[in-house]
Design a protein around this ligand. Structure first.
Ligand SMILES: NC(=O)c1ccc[n+]([C@@H]2O[C@H](COP(=O)([O-])OP(=O)(O)OC[C@H]3O[C@@H](n4cnc5c(N)ncnc54)[C@H](OP(=O)(O)O)[C@@H]3O)[C@@H](O)[C@H]2O)c1
Length: 307
């Protein structure tokens, strides 16, 4: 493990979000490494990443990749929930200066915090449609950002963190959004129904919202009651308004995972809401129903692919 100063940033998980954030920090002149599994680390070090965006230019990012978090670094965690346990193991022995997590969901923040007593760990959200392809191919992996939206929201008390200050040097819009619970729930309250409904019905959100009106209304009411109990007052009607405002064709990354035969972030998104509902003794039969249906659908598709 090599040492580095606190001004260096280590991005764990150079996928869509981690690759984009690392490339943007590097382009803004920051000292950044990505932390990846051995194969990915070799590939990134050898080829770098090619970044293509509609709004922020396109460039080659000659990133350095390592397999351990450099001691004392500021850390951005950008794995998916499936990689969280490994990310925690990577970060916990590195005495990081601070950790900012960009995953969707809630529970990852508790897992990181439990492993890093005394370290500033912050849950933040990122919005922006990004995909990484071509890792392991003959040339650089490609990070593709579509559209104009690229925004990180951090809790008010994280505005002065080193990572957050560095992100302000990039084209990423950086906002503060209240407490950490408010930041995470303001996203999860609409992300969860978007992900669960599109994954259940295998359609865009427009059709998914109208396939079963009772189920949709019940689900939104359960999620709204849970968000309200967690400190973000909202109603099912408000959530319906947010979802109706999305393009009808919008799909979710959970849906893509389910349609590839695995459950992806089902537990990190839907399971997390279900657990918080239980904490507040909020009955959640619609959530239970959809969590079961989606797991079943993923298993069936997965089994079909293997047959
Ligand atoms: N993509 C978006 O548009 C978007 C938007 C908002 C929020 N988010 C959220 O951001 C988070 C990251 O999503 P993403 O789309 O960037 O995912 P992704 O493209 O799949 O990237 C995940 C990264 O984590 C790495 N990883 C996985 N397991 C690992 C492990 N055990 N050890 C180290 N690295 C590991 C992957 O490694 P390899 O490189 O080896 O595959 C990959 O680099 C998710 O919580 C997602 O919900 C995504």
């Amino acid at each position: 493990m090599w040492d580095m100063t606190e001004s260096r940033t280590a991005v764990v998980g150079p996928g869509a979000i981690g690759g984009l954030v690392a490339a943007m920090l590097q382009r803004a002149g920051h000292d950044v490494v990505v932390v990846a599994r051995a194969g990915t680390a070799r590939h990134v070090t050898e080829h770098g990443l090619d970044v293509t965006t509609d709004e922020f230019g396109s460039w080659h990012a000659p990133l350095t990749a390592v397999t351990e978090v450099p001691r004392g670094a500021r850390v951005v965690v950008a794995v998916k929930a499936e990689g969280l346990a490994d990310a925690v193991r990577l970060v916990e022995h590195a005495e990081p200066a601070e950790v900012v997590a960009l995953l969707n969901g809630l529970d990852h923040v508790d897992a990181l915090r439990a492993a890093l007593p005394g370290v500033r760990v912050v849950g933040a959200t990122i919005a922006g449609e990004t995909l990484r392809t071509g890792a392991g191919g003959p040339g650089p992996a490609l990070v593709r950002h579509r559209g104009t939206l690229l925004r990180v929201v951090v809790p008010d008390d994280a505005a002065d963190l080193g990572v957050v200050t560095a992100l302000r040097d990039t084209p990423i819009e950086v906002l503060t959004g209240g407490t950490e619970a408010e930041v995470l729930w303001k996203k999860l309250r609409f992300l969860a129904p978007l992900a669960l409904l599109t994954s259940t019905w295998g359609s865009g959100i427009g059709e998914a919202l109208t396939r079963d009106d009772g189920l949709t209304a019940g689900l939104l009411a359960e999620i709204a009651a849970t968000a309200t109990a967690e400190g973000v007052p909202t109603t099912g009607e408000e959530l319906r308004g947010i979802l109706d405002g999305f393009p009808a064709t919008m799909r979710s990354s959970l849906q893509a995972d389910v349609e590839a035969g695995h459950v992806g972030e089902l537990d990190a998104i839907g399971g997390a809401v279900r657990r918080r509902a239980a904490d507040h003794r909020i009955a959640a039969p619609m959530l239970d129903d959809l969590l079961g249906r989606i797991a079943h659908r993923a298993a069936e598709i997965g089994a079909g692919a293997q047959a």
